[in-house]
Design a protein around this ligand. Structure first.
Ligand SMILES: [Zn+2]
Ligand SMILES: [Zn+2]
Length: 635
């Protein structure tokens, strides 16, 4: 029998040879590194027989596919260990996820962190047995019968939901059997580098009306070094967690008793947000946007015309005087009303309407997460009404604007995605094509590399998504730009062209920073809470050495107030070192210590939060040196 390798060479093998045999024929080192095989592009177990003339590629841990198989196999190893420790355990599902895997269990008691260690220890034992992992094919009836006998009702439910006639596969490793499509590594001994990370609650099938299961998260890697780096990254991410820093820096809070997913900004968080909003208002004005403000609730008829209603958009509805209203999940319809409040000519276009619009969406409680997934949030939202001829240029300018803003807030790297027409959508093929083409043209103009997310567009148009890369390499949702031919049609928008005829404008929906909440979450984690001075809610703290220096400290504050610095005097009766430590923990960029010597000489002793000490310098010199750092950047 002959098979082909990816480089085109042919390999002769005895009949009945498996993927593993191919790997061994190529070389013993490859066989050792192999975790699965691709037969004519189809990923399968190493033990699968290869077919005459097939193209064979050996999958190792040096590829993302290989790592995924490793992680998924480790999830099974963990499930086996849990079943050995808790014979009554009911097994749900255990997929690999980004950076690791999880498995959901129904257990007789709540797990503790100690249990994770016990499970990990048992996993080592099982891996030490180096049991072969064997694939078996079963009929649906046989599979149901087998899992019923084992008391695995959740598995039975999964099998019963599979389409009639589908081939069912199970994997056996020693006494442990699990329902799975595979593929897996050939034996438990191949699972060497892993770590269990945390325990969480998860509803069976994500359904809040079904039982709450216990989920164990873990991860595995090709080698110890990669695992160590990952754990260090996790630790760093933990230190930067915006929920932790949001509390420590007293920026915001979220209360179950007030409403999940509804953040309240505390004075420092609100100050930070005002600075961001001031920046946005200035930049939008400079780029020819006009401000508008729209109501938070609008009649349901409006949402029917826009299509949100029929599309089952996650909105909140309620009645006033027997008339149904919806709380706005988007600002678009109101901006459309501004457009249509006048007869428009081509000379009025492009019309760019900007609003810091607060919207509400009914996110499931299970997905809420700090400031990143909330139910109420404010977008830096704008709608551009343009002629088809101006469309490309306007998108080019929006991209330019977006990247300028990201850089100003300290983000230097991003990933760009183009999302195309989803299954559930409105509008003609022709309009979708035109809209998609314009987005591509604008990206090409900026030489932007992008990936395509097939079918991930919004229901009314394709979009560009920009994801920001933070200081530790994680991606955050940022700007989005959507081209829309549909809303202008649904709301019957027109303008008079140069030919004196009526024409349809095109709409661009765009946000630059996205949601204020999510962006502030990203800012906190990117900067680890130490915002650039121009963004810091508190820019300067004046620290009087003793009560008798408070009067001079106030004078220093008044002088900095003249240049609009955000400054306060720390008049607490604490030691100077305690006060400095507190302000350092609060990430205040500048501390000005004033004592007898400073008061006499009209100086201040400047310290930065980084620990850098400028010594005592004249007050005016301090104003001069510090003020450029406090100012909002300008383009
Ligand atoms: Zn599996
Ligand atoms: Zn919109």
């Amino acid at each position: 029998m002959t098979v082909r390798l990816p480089d085109g060479t042919e390999l002769s093998l005895p009949a009945g040879a498996t993927g593993l045999d191919v790997a061994m024929a190529i070389g013993p080192r490859l066989a050792e590194a192999a975790v699965a095989v691709k037969i004519d592009g189809e990923l399968t177990d190493l033990g699968s027989p290869v077919t005459e003339g097939a193209e064979i590629a050996i999958v190792t841990l040096s590829t993302p596919e290989g790592i995924e198989i490793l992680r998924h196999s480790t999830a099974h190893l963990m499930a086996q260990a849990v079943t050995e420790l808790f014979p009554d355990a009911s097994l749900a599902i255990g997929p690999s996820i980004e950076d690791g895997f999880y498995y959901d269990f129904d257990l007789p008691r709540t797990l503790t962190p100690d249990d994770l260690q016990k499970v990990e220890k048992r996993m080592k034992e099982i891996a030490g047995r180096n049991t072969e992992i064997i694939r078996e094919e079963l009929s649906r009836e046989k599979a149901v019968e087998m899992f019923k006998e084992m008391g695995q009702d959740l598995k039975v439910e999964l099998i019963e939901d599979l389409p009639e006639g589908e081939l069912i596969t199970v994997y056996r490793q020693g006494d442990f059997v699990d329902l799975c499509r595979g593929p897996h590594v050939p034996s438990t001994g191949r699972l060497k580098v892993y770590k269990l990370l945390s325990i969480a609650g998860a509803y069976w099938r994500g359904d809040e009306s079904r039982p709450m299961l216990q989920r164990i998260y873990g991860t595995s890697f090709a080698d110890k070094k990669a695992l160590k780096q990952h754990l260090e990254r996790l630790e760093e991410a933990g230190k930067r967690d915006h929920r932790k820093l949001g509390k420590e820096l007293d920026l915001y809070s979220i209360h179950e008793s007030l409403g999940a997913g509804l953040p309240i900004y505390h004075p420092k968080g609100a100050t930070l947000r005002f600075v961001i909003e001031d920046f946005l208002r200035r930049e939008h004005r400079k780029r020819g946007y006009d401000p508008v403000i729209s109501p938070h609730i609008m009649k349901t008829d409006v949402w029917k015309t826009s299509g949100h209603y029929q599309m089952g958009y996650p909105m909140y509805f309620f009645d006033i005087d027997e008339q149904e209203y919806g709380i706005k999940p988007m600002n678009c319809p109101a901006h459309v009303y501004v457009y249509s409040s006048h007869t428009r000519s081509y000379r009025d276009l492009p019309l760019r309407l900007f609003e810091l619009g607060t919207v509400y969406r009914h996110e499931r409680s299970g997905v809420l997460h700090g400031l990143l997934r909330v139910r109420g949030f404010t977008q830096d939202d704008a709608h551009l009404f343009v002629t088809p001829a101006d469309l490309d240029k306007e998108i080019i300018d929006v991209l330019d604007f977006a990247f300028y803003c990201l850089k100003t807030f300290g983000f230097d790297e991003w990933k760009v995605m183009l999302s195309t027409r989803p299954e559930k959508s409105v509008g003609t093929d022709d309009n979708w094509d035109k809209a998609t083409k314009s987005l591509i043209t604008a990206m090409e103009h900026h030489d932007i590399e992008y990936t395509v997310d097939e079918g991930e567009g919004v229901f009314y148009g394709p979009k560009i998504d920009v994801k920001l890369k933070d200081a530790i390499g994680r991606l955050w949702q940022g700007p989005t730009i959507q081209v829309d031919f549909n809303l202008p049609e649904r709301f019957d928008l027109n303008y008079i062209g140069a030919d004196n005829e009526q024409h349809r404008p095109v709409m661009i929906h765009r946000v630059v920073l996205g949601s204020m909440e999510r962006f502030i979450g990203a800012l906190i984690e990117h900067h680890g809470g130490a915002f650039p001075a121009w963004l810091s809610p508190e820019q300067i703290a004046v620290v009087p050495v003793a009560d008798r220096h408070i009067e001079y400290a106030n004078k220093v504050r008044d002088r900095f107030n003249e240049i609009d610095a955000r400054i306060s005097v720390d008049g607490r009766s604490e030691s100077v070192s305690k006060k400095i430590r507190d302000h350092q923990l609060q990430k205040v960029p500048y501390m000005l210590v004033v004592g007898d010597q400073e008061e006499e000489a009209g100086t201040v002793a400047v310290r930065q939060r980084t620990g850098e000490d400028w010594g005592s310098i004249a007050l005016e010199e301090a104003v001069e040196r510090i003020s450029p750092d406090l100012r909002m950047p300008r383009s």
